[in-house]
Design a protein around this ligand. Structure first.
Ligand SMILES: [Cu+2]
Length: 135
C-alpha cells in the first residue's frame, strides 16, 4: 500500500498540464497609440483549468477583459479568471472576452506576432503567438 501511494504521489507530481489548443488567433491592427485586443478560441481537451492572468512582453499592461453593455453604454470590465472545463471551447471575440494589450512597447504592424502568456491557477503557463492582421 505504501509503495503504491508513493508511486501515485510521484506520478502526480510530474504530470504536466496538457496545453490548450488555440484556434483563430488574431490581433486587429490598432490605431496608432491605441491599445490592442487579442482574440482567440481556447479548446481544453484536458482536465478543468482556470486561466487567472495574461501577460505579454510587448505590452506594459495586459489584462483579461470582457466587453459589456451597461445602461446602454458599451464598456469593458476586468475578468478575474476564466474557468475552462474539460472539453470546453471558449471563444474570445469582438464584443465579448478579449485580451487587452495596453501601453504597447512599440507600434504593432500587420504581420507581427504578439506573444501572450496564459497563466493558470495551478501555476502552469502557456505561451501563444497571435498574428497582427489588418482591420
Ligand atoms: Cu478591453
Amino acid at each position: 500500500m505504501r509503495v503504491w501511494l508513493l508511486a501515485l504521489l510521484f506520478c502526480c507530481s510530474v504530470v504536466v498540464a496538457e496545453p490548450l489548443i488555440i484556434r483563430d488567433a488574431y490581433v486587429p491592427l490598432p490605431p496608432p497609440g491605441a491599445p490592442a485586443a487579442a482574440y482567440f478560441t481556447l479548446i481544453n481537451e484536458g482536465e478543468t483549468r482556470r486561466l487567472v492572468d495574461v501577460d505579454s512582453p510587448q505590452a506594459g499592461m495586459t489584462m483579461l477583459h470582457e466587453s459589456i453593455v451597461k445602461d446602454g453604454a458599451a464598456r469593458m470590465q476586468h475578468v478575474d479568471y476564466l474557468e475552462l472545463k474539460k472539453g470546453e471551447v471558449v471563444a474570445l471575440k469582438p464584443g465579448g472576452l478579449h485580451v487587452m494589450l495596453m501601453r504597447l512597447k512599440s507600434p504593432l504592424k500587420v504581420g507581427d506576432q504578439v506573444q501572450i502568456e496564459l497563466q493558470f491557477a495551478d501555476e502552469s503557463t502557456q505561451m501563444i503567438q497571435v498574428p497582427v492582421i489588418a482591420r
